[in-house]
Design a binder for this molecule. Structure first.
Ligand code: BGC
Length: 504
């Protein structure tokens, strides 16, 4: 039976999505029962996994690498949980061959990773570091030797510190810096890399890095955030322009989308939901795909939102070949007056951390009875279905890749006799893969799926406390152990999605 899906109207529909109200049949049949689940994925569907440089590589100063803003951030006391750092992380820099071999063993067809800008150009611009170029060249070759397609992201949050000294994303020159770096790596690898992404999640870069300060470079400034957002998108546009000159394959942008559902039909909740949606979901896709910002930006940032010259929009709005969508959760949103500090709300005996409502005047409502991951994110696969349809309906029928999707649930620090049982993560994957299969059946052009993450890694300012991997990492011995979720995912890949509906 094809279930009734609430497709594109979710942003504005005054529906209360909580577990007391049925919003779709998946609530009743989470593991199966929906005919669409037996539908295979397209033959060309690309199955893979994702990581990012700072979270896994370690070796922060090996072979001539320059410092990045994360090398600084983790060395500032109090900013990262438990004082954890990426100095070793998963030691992927030295173990990448072993990691690629494990990917191969699990059946991965693609590996999405990011380049450390400061490995390639230690000062961000100017002198190129041949050993940095060689590291990624070797990694790409290793992938290709194992029939794994490398998908390369240029920027996953680790700006060279030397450029941060010049203002980082606040400096309008950053578009030229990024274009210079992009040209170096396109020329070095484009013969072998056929899918590129300019940025990973510009929203997180600016919300975490310039507005709320939880991530490097740790600023908290309402006046800086719009400038950083705008400039990073100018950098995206500049890199795409370079690619059209020197590259031959495909380039796209990776954004994180979190659908916003109003908590009630009160006017103030609906307005708060629109602001939250514009801020997180439209702020980057609108200029990149439509050439303008959503109207709500001035309502959110007030006098801190500048008037931008038309030439900037022309630069940002370049034709791209695909969009990467990172999806983790949704937010049921209600109005909340300004609160300029983090909020902790206890619901059902569990403490939920919430970002400050400044300057959005919106907050998320914790859903009683829902499953939450260890990062406090509600498991809500319908949101992925809605997101994919919303992207298609709003920005056109551009090819989409799920470039990240996954969950942090508690796993022990050590594998137990070579096994890690992680049924909640497997369940999360099954639900979200089902949502994707349903979206494909509904006509959305989803071309691939990269699970986040290949292995447990440094979860930014949360340190090693949250494990997202389908492969377990023992951070004392650095031993890798595929979790049960990896075995499940491996079967999904081997059958091109046929085992999705198997009972866990
Ligand atoms: C980021 C990853 C991060 C993951 C889980 C995404 O926002 O791209 O680097 O580890 O979410 O928080």
């Amino acid at each position: 039976m094809l279930v009734k899906q609430n497709v594109s109207a979710y942003i504005y529909s005054p529906i209360r999505f909580d577990k007391t109200q049925k919003c779709c049949d998946w609530d009743e049949k989470p593991h199966g029962g929906n005919d669409l689940m037996t539908k295979k994925f397209p033959d060309t569907f690309l199955w893979g996994c994702a990581t990012s440089a700072y979270q896994i590589e370690g070796a922060p100063f090996a072979d001539g690498k320059g410092a990045s803003i994360w090398d600084r951030f983790v060395n500032t006391p109090g900013l990262v949980n438990n004082g954890d750092t990426g100095h070793i992380a998963c030691d992927h820099y030295n173990r990448f061959r072993e990691d690629v071999a494990l990917m191969k063993q699990l059946g991965m067809q693609a590996y999405r990773f990011s380049l450390s800008w400061a490995r390639i150009l230690p000062n961000g611009i100017g002198e190129v570091n041949p050993l940095g170029v060689k590291f990624y060249s070797d990694l790409i070759d290793e992938c290709l030797r194992n029939d794994i397609e490398p998908i390369v992201t240029l920027y996953h949050w680790d700006m060279p510190a030397a450029l941060d000294d010049l203002g980082g994303w606040l400096n309008r020159d950053c578009a030229n810096w990024f274009a210079e770096y992009a040209e170096v790596v396109f020329k070095a690898y484009d013969g072998r890399v056929k899918k590129w992404a300019t940025l990973n999640e510009p929203w997180v870069v600016t919300d975490g890095g310039y507005l709320h300060g939880a991530l490097a470079p740790g600023h908290r400034n309402k006046y800086e955030a719009p400038i950083a957002s705008h400039n990073i998108m100018r950098a995206h546009g500049a890199a795409v322009k370079v690619y059209r000159r020197v590259g031959k394959h495909e380039i796209g942008l990776v954004v994180n989308i979190e659908p916003k559902y109003p908590a009630s039909d009160k006017a103030e909740d609906l307005a708060a939901t629109k602001r939250a949606h514009a801020y997180m979901n439209e702020q980057y896709l609108h200029p990149a795909m439509l050439g303008h910002y959503p109207a709500e930006m001035t309502d959110i940032f007030d006098d801190a939102w500048p008037v931008w010259p038309q030439e900037d929009y022309d630069l940002i709005c370049q034709k791209i070949d695909f969009l990467g969508v990172n999806y983790y959760t949704r937010s049921v949103t209600r109005y909340e007056p300004y609160a300029n500090s983090d909020v902790t709300e206890v619901v059902g005996g569990v403490a939920f951390h919430k970002a400050p409502s400044w300057p959005l005047r919106a907050t998320r409502v914790i859903q009683r009875g829902a499953t939450y991951t260890e990062t406090g994110w509600e498991v809500f696969e319908q949101g992925l279905f809605d997101t994919l349809n919303w992207v298609k309906n709003t920005y056109g029928d551009i090819p989409l890749y799920i470039t990240e999707n996954g969950a942090a649930f508690f796993d022990p620090p050590r594998a137990n006799a070579g096994r890690v049982r992680d049924p909640l993560r497997t369940d999360y994957l099954q639900r979200h893969l089902t949502a994707i299969s349903n979206a494909i059946a509904a006509g959305v052009n989803v071309k691939g799926y990269m699970v986040w993450s290949f292995m447990d890694n440094l979860e930014w300012s949360l340190g090693f406390s949250k494990r997202f991997g389908i492969v377990h990492v023992d951070f004392e011995t650095l031993e890798r152990t595929p979790k049960d979720s990896a075995r499940y995912y491996s079967k999904v890949i081997a059958t091109n999605g046929e085992v999705l509906s198997e009972p866990l």
